[in-house]
Design a protein around this ligand. Structure first.
Ligand code: GLC
Length: 470
């Protein structure tokens, strides 16, 4: 099958979160099983852009709010990623350092989507499936099916994958001035609560919709940031497909970022990674090391960390260490920073995005904490499992689908509520488990041999594409 993925992020070109990891891996695995999957994304000024060679493959223009906007499609030359990577360059709009966070993000992603649609309409042999990810690409199914200029795309199958339904890309109606001509009586297809809602538009217009875990799909029926009734209404075409992880990038046996490589047969080597990590941060290596990696936002329950960790330190008389890596809301960073002095030698946090350090943390720690309020899939618990690091997770979304409690013969510590009490209680359980060395060994071995690679889910997506008949 010929598949074109459209996304705002793709690792290693540009990453803000798990979306990039998925779009950087799924196409590669689809190609491995005999399909032809490619990716198109905006061209940002990232290190990857500068370090690689690119060919110009297409030049075109869109009419954008009355003016003519030129765009260029460039293609990464080496094809070392396992799929063709195309970027849309629009001078002045997309060629910036950051992915998100500009005042004109709405215009930026609109122009990106229109350029993609315009480009595909010029392909001799069209893709069979256009697979859009999250709201940044959410208007594409509508444009393809309902704009006069793109009638030649109206038979192509479209699939929407929702990585996070919290963000929907809301826009004022005035933005329709950027749209190519369409029948105004179809306004209902792009509208939700009196605004243009690109995520809702994709849910309405795509042939199939999936979220990145089955549990998250169920949760969206009653908790979807305003879209609950839409999910209920469209549930016939919705499903959940769990994410895999890239076993080439996340492999403790070959990982170039870590000091001592290991696998499930020589897990003792993991200890050397811990020794190094503890030395770097001034921790006692004999104590259990708990890490948190992720965006410091309410969705991930990062606001509970400072209080929960302090309470657990008090109750256990500092029987563990904590290392946090991530960035996010200012007041949460502040809370976490304030803990440095109080728990010196037991606690540290780094407020940055650091791919290398994250690998070293998965390799060198004992537990990974994920108390998320919302977690569509979660990849970090899957990385942790692969690196023999026991996940401590709240039973929600993909965490619920991928982690089984040790009490149920599994390999994790699970709790029900995103509350300080539940987190503290789980830390107690972790410390207790850590003291049982033989059990820890068994649990680690078990988790490292689970297969969470993309192989199965890549095929599930192909089956999803095949299930669309028109
Ligand atoms: C988003 C979600 C996360 C998911 C990732 C990839 O970042 O928050 O749970 O794993 O997308 O699908």
């Amino acid at each position: 099958m010929q598949i074109l993925h459209v996304s705002a992020e793709c690792y290693p070109m540009a990453k803000a979160g798990g979306l990039a990891d998925v779009v950087g891996a799924l196409p590669k695995y689809q190609n491995k099983i005999g399909h032809h999957a490619q990716v198109v994304m905006p061209m940002y000024k990232t290190n990857f852009l500068q370090k690689n060679l690119w060919d110009v493959v297409h030049k075109g223009a869109i009419s954008f709010g009355g003016s003519n906007l030129e765009f260029t499609i460039i293609k990464e030359r080496s094809n070392g990623l396992g799929f063709n990577l195309y970027c849309v360059d629009i001078y002045g709009l997309l060629d910036r350092e950051k992915i998100y966070g500009y005042d004109d993000d709405n215009q930026r992603f609109l122009a990106f989507q229109l350029a993609v649609v315009e480009w595909i309409s010029n392909w001799q042999q069209k893709p069979e499936v256009v697979h859009v990810h999250d709201y940044h690409a959410g208007l594409i199914p509508f444009f393809m099916r309902h704009c006069y200029d793109y009638r030649n795309l109206s038979n192509i199958r479209t699939v929407l994958t929702i990585h996070n339904a919290q963000y929907q890309g809301w826009m004022d109606w005035a933005f329709t001035k950027f749209f190519p001509a369409w029948d105004n009586w179809k306004a209902g297809l792009i509208e939700w609560n009196s605004q243009i809602n690109p995520l809702a538009a994709a849910i309405k217009c795509a042939d199939k919709v999936n979220t990145v875990s089955p549990t998250y799909m169920k949760e969206l029926m009653y908790n979807a940031n305003g879209l609950e009734t839409l999910f209920e209404y469209e549930k016939g075409k919705c499903s959940g497909i769990i994410n895999g992880i890239d076993y080439e990038v996340w492999n403790p046996e070959t990982d170039p970022f870590i000091s001592d490589n290991f696998n499930s047969d020589n897990i003792q080597q993991k200890e050397n990674n811990k020794i190094k990590l503890c030395k770097d941060f001034g921790f006692d290596v004999e104590m259990p090391l708990i890490i948190f990696i992720g965006r410091l936002v309410g969705e991930k329950a990062a606001d509970l960390l400072a209080e929960a960790i302090s309470r657990a330190f008090e109750q256990t008389n500092k029987k563990f260490n904590v290392l946090i890596l991530g960035s996010g809301e200012f007041h949460i960073e502040q809370q976490l920073k304030n803990m440095h002095e109080r728990w010196l030698g037991y606690y540290h946090s780094r407020f940055e995005y650091n791919e290398q350090l994250s690998h070293q943390m998965y390799a060198g720690s004992d537990f990974l904490l994920m108390p998320s309020r919302v977690e569509p899939c979660g990849l970090n618990q899957l990385y942790a499992l692969r690196y023999g690091t026991i996940p401590i997770v709240r039973r929600t979304g993909g965490l619920n689908d991928t982690v089984v409690d040790v009490g149920d013969n599994g390999y994790g510590i699970c709790f029900n509520n995103a509350t300080i009490d539940d987190i503290v209680y789980s830390v107690h359980r972790a410390i207790h488990l850590y003291q049982n060395k033989p059990l820890i060994e068994i649990v680690r071995k078990k988790m490292m041999t689970i297969n969470n690679s993309w192989e199965k889910s890549a095929q599930d997506y192909i089956d999803l594409y095949h299930s669309i008949y028109r």
